[in-house]
Write a protein that binds this ligand. Structure first.
Ligand code: FPP
Ligand code: MG
Length: 306
């Protein structure tokens, strides 16, 4: 998977290849491709279609990478994966076309799949874009509710995990009930993953997460600690509603508020709840080392920030 992924980054235009290698080569956790490949095997996928499952795993990483390039343009993200973002190093125009390039590479790989599979991938991409736009619509909106937050993360993060699961199970020739179970695993894993990402954004360290602490607060993104804290703390609500004005001191004070143990505990508990839901759906699959490995993947990401 890794070898072929790197081949997909090459281009006749050396700037594109340089950017794609800079973003992907040797960096990134590869959680999504790992999830796709384990899902394929956990559904009984044989060697026969393993090459297709590998292509699906690569495609999901390419799509994810494309969204990161575009997301950093939208958020003005200066750090990514522990180094200056592509935006900071190459600028917005280059980030934009490199994102388009990666996105097209993904469909180059998987466009030959059955129409229903291409459709699943396309719908996930539509969800990603709608999630990103909904996130923008909810920026600095102090009336945002937890339901809005759940909708955003389901669209912007969980939809891709769910699509990966569906495609993997379908390629493995799984029965409809198994495909459905695995899709539910993907949805819950994706939500849990994004919830922990939000917790790490305020409680992690820059070295650990590879980007500055408090980015969500700075950019007015409706993160989980924020949506939970806003309902209890009027000062936090005002900070969010006022567009985070007040400079570094205001951000520091907002960070102190969202780092309150009771808020972080509730956020972690919600992530753990989603991980438990994913585990419950995993139970619908036949026992195998691959199912066990999916369980480990769930635990590992749930425990990232504890
Ligand atoms: C990162 O989340 C962003 C996403 C998961 C979705 C981004 C989607 C788009 C930019 C639109 C779709 C684009 C394509 C090519 C289909 P985050 O901002 O919470 O993560 P971060 O803190 O790491 O930036
Ligand atoms: Mg972002």
């Amino acid at each position: 998977m890794e070898q072929k992924l790197l081949l997909m980054l090459d281009s006749r235009e050396s700037l594109i290849a340089e950017i794609c290698h800079y973003l992907i080569d040797g960096v990134g956790k590869r959680v999504r491709p790992l999830f796709v490949l384990l899902s394929y095997r956990a559904c009984g996928g044989l060697d026969e279609r393993l090459d297709d499952a590998i292509d699906a795993a690569i495609a999901i990483e390419l799509i994810h990478s494309a969204t990161l390039l575009h997301d950093d343009i939208i958020d003005g993200g200066t750090m990514r994966r522990g180094k200056p973002s592509v935006l900071a190093r190459y600028g917005a125009a280059a980030s934009l076309v490199a994102g388009d390039f990666l996105f097209c590479r993904a469909f180059e790989l998987c466009g030959r799949f059955e129409e229903r599979l291409v459709r699943i991938a396309a719908h996930a991409c539509i969800s990603l874009t709608e999630g990103e736009v909904m996130e923008g619509r909810m920026r600095h909106n102090a009336a945002a509710r937890i339901e809005d937050y759940l909708e955003i993360i389901t669209r912007k993060t969980a939809s891709l995990f769910a699509a990966g699961a569906r495609v993997a199970a379908d390629l493995a020739g799984a029965a409809p009930a198994t495909v459905g179970a695995l899709e539910a695993v993907g949805l819950a894993l994706g939500r849990s993953f994004q919830m922990m990402d939000d917790v790490l954004d305020v409680s992690g360290s820059e070295e650990r997460i590879g980007k500055p602490i408090g980015s969500d607060l700075r950019t007015g993104v409706l993160s989980l600690p924020l949506v939970l804290g806003m309902h209890e703390l009027p000062e936090l609500r005002n900070f969010f509603a006022n567009g985070g004005h007040g400079g570094a001191a205001a951000i520091e004070s907002a960070l102190r508020m969202v780092r309150h143990p009771s808020i972080l505990e509730r956020a972690r508990a919600m992530a753990a709840e989603q991980a438990a839901l994913a585990r419950h759906h995993l139970g619908e699959l036949a026992p195998s080392i691959y199912r066990d490995s999916l369980g480990l993947l769930l635990d590992e990401q749930r425990d990232r920030a504890t």
